[in-house]
Design a protein around this ligand. Structure first.
Ligand SMILES: Cc1ncc(C[n+]2csc(CCOP(=O)(O)OP(=O)(O)O)c2C)c(N)n1
Ligand SMILES: [Mg+2]
Length: 581
């Protein structure tokens, strides 16, 4: 087989739409994949050796970012995609066997969050790929991917990659996998191949359904808008705001949708999640019509519980969401932006372009509910005792960082429920929310991937001492790959959120205790670490941390905290009555 460069010297494509030269005969499978990634705009390859695509990518100027474990690399790719609303796709490559086995958690998390990533495992040589006990990605990842493909011949590589990018860029986002056996990666293309970036197609809603929904919304007394991450992927932020202002309706979001609507807007209730501001619970319980846009309405402990007896309008990209967990009365299927554009137009027509003058009263009701909720939490937010109260750390973090230029994420455990209700987002995609599944340790990879995608932002992950046990070694990735994030660790030497469910094992065997000095760990890795024990040290430590990130050093601020497990949780009750937290 002749050795030729990945790109043939003379373009063989004749169609007018083709702008790229042929991928030349003799190109290896690995080089063909790298060239296709480059054509699809991929600039970084999250990866862990051994996979020859890493070398092939580096040869053509795609930066490999090598992690400490596969799971974290996929989390990074996931955030990288999210931060650009899926315009820049995060790609992860790893080796056959152990590398692929170890990637399972990352892919499963991306699947549950509907995050668009491309995962490219090398596979065992094709003659042994289906022989036990060899791990076969195609067989094993079926249920945690949007699509999985096993490539049998090098000449099938362009078509397989075309299918993968088409899947990842269109329809419901999700992880897409292409397993490439080692022999296929090493084989040479027997003839020239073509590859152009795939088209992106968006579908809008049925116009008659839009009219129907406009009528229902205008007839509602107390409508509430619930926005999911579809608004982020469709970049429908201004259209969402227009809808809220036209309808004069309050807005809440899922955790994934958090930051789709400015939370300092008079019509914002704050975001949903296991914990949420009381106005969210009040308005959801008393609404007559609930309009979900770009959301799945998935029943989850980490989202709002929608009480019965509501007229639910569900607008989603994926009809599989409809009536999955929540009975819906009206449905719109389509891209969130196209849907909102059409709906806003229908509403404007019916309102003769003018809102009905409800917003002052709605805003006043929200403001009063927010004030009384915050007053209930003042004691914890202002707490200056030692060990620190995590709510005080979050209060000071919010007051110190440049919020519009910060991208923050939580972790599983108490930090999620402590951060999400109180963190007020003002810019789209400034919060990476998650929780359809809640793998401890996800937040670090998200912050790292966000920082790679948005180097000018301050990228922060807030996590607990159990979470860091899962992925903490990848703080070294931050140092080595020069990704200056700020990691905020709430160390209470415990899996505090589990204390109520593990009283006997805790008392008899100390089973929920954890230990560690993580500031020292960060320093040992070459980062900046600081342990903070006193309330008056919180803000100066954050300021020092932010400054270090500006100078290019990853930071880990370790706050020694109380085992605080009081959360802003309001179990949904149809009568609107809710126990105090
Ligand atoms: C991979 C994984 N295993 C188990 C869990 C269950 N889990 C959720 S939170 C938690 C403990 C959290 O402890 P920590 O991070 O220290 O936060 P704290 O509640 O102490 O503030 C556990 C075991 C999980 N979410 N993910
Ligand atoms: Mg803890």
């Amino acid at each position: 087989m002749p050795e030729r460069s990945a790109v043939a010297s003379s373009p063989s494509a004749t169609a007018a739409s083709r702008i790229h030269p042929a991928i030349g005969e003799g190109t290896t499978g690995a080089d063909a994949v790298a060239e296709i990634l480059r054509r699809e705009g991929v600039e970084v390859l999250f990866c862990y050796p051994v996979n020859p695509i890493i070398e092939a990518a580096a040869r053509i100027g795609i930066r490999p970012i090598v992690v400490r474990q596969e799971r974290v690399g996929i989390h990074m790719a996931d955030a990288y995609s999210r931060v650009s609303s899926g315009e820049k796709i995060g790609v992860f490559a790893m080796q056959h066997g152990p590398g692929t086995e170890n990637a399972f958690g990352g892919v499963a998390q991306a699947f549950s969050e509907s995050a668009p990533v491309i995962v490219i495992p090398a596979g065992y040589d094709s003659d042994a790929a289906f022989t036990p006990p060899n791990f076969n990605a195609y067989l094993n990842f079926q249920h945690v991917t949007k699509s999985t493909e096993y490539v049998t011949r090098v000449e099938s590589v362009p078509a397989a990659m075309r299918r993968a990018f088409t899947q990842v860029r269109n329809g419901r986002p999700g992880p897409v996998m292409v397993e490439l056996p080692r022999d296929v990666l090493a084989e040479h293309l027997p003839h020239d191949a073509s590859y152009e970036p795939v088209p992106i197609a968006r579908a809008g809603p049925d116009p008659s359904a839009v009219d129907e929904v406009a009528e229902v919304l205008l007839a509602a007394d107390r409508p509430v808008i619930y926005a999911g991450q579809g608004v982020h992927y469709a970049k429908a932020w201004s259209e969402l705001r227009e809808l809220a202002e036209l309808l004069e309706a309050p807005v809440t979001t899922s955790l994934q949708g958090k930051s789709a609507f400015p939370e300092n807007h008079p019509l914002s209730l704050g975001s949903g999640g296991r914990a949420h501001p009381r106005p969210v619970a009040d308005f959801i319980s008393r609404c007559d019509v609930l309009f979900g846009i770009g959301c799945s309405f998935t029943a989850t402990l980490f989202g709002l519980t929608i009480p019965g007896g509501k007229t639910v309008i569900h607008s989603t990209l994926d009809p599989a969401d409809l009536n999955k967990d929540l009975e819906v009365s009206h449905a719109l299927v389509g891209d969130a932006r196209l849907t909102l554009v059409a709906l806003n137009e229908a509403l404007r027509d019916r309102l003769a372009g003018k809102a009905r003058g409800r917003s002052a009263a709605v805003a006043a009701e929200i403001a009063a509910a927010k004030r009384s909720w915050l007053a209930d939490w003042r004691g914890k937010l202002d707490d200056d005792r030692t060990p620190l109260n995590p709510y005080r750390v979050i209060r000071d973090l919010l007051a110190t960082v440049d919020v519009p230029n910060t991208i923050i994420t939580h972790d599983a455990g108490s930090p999620r429920d402590q951060l999400s209700p109180f963190w007020e987002c003002v810019e789209p995609l400034s919060y990476l929310g998650w929780g359809k599944t809640t793998q401890l340790g996800y937040g670090l990879g998200l912050a790292l991937g966000a920082k790679v995608a948005a180097p000018d932002k301050l990228c922060v992950n807030v996590w607990g001492d159990a979470a860091i046990g899962f992925t903490g070694m990848d703080f070294e990735t931050a140092v080595r790959e020069r990704i200056p994030i700020m990691s905020v660790l709430l160390n209470n030497f415990s899996m505090a959120i589990e204390l109520p469910v593990m009283p006997v094992s805790t008392e008899r065997y100390r089973s929920t205790d954890i230990s560690g000095n993580y500031a020292d760990m960060a320093i040992a890795f070459g980062g900046y670490g600081e342990r903070v024990t006193e309330a008056h040290q919180i803000i100066p430590a954050i300021e020092r941390g932010v400054e270090r990130t500006r100078r290019g050093t990853p930071v880990l601020l370790e706050f020694i905290t109380q085992q605080e497990i009081d959360f802003s949780i309001f179990p949904a009750a149809p009568d609107g009555h809710r126990p105090r937290p």
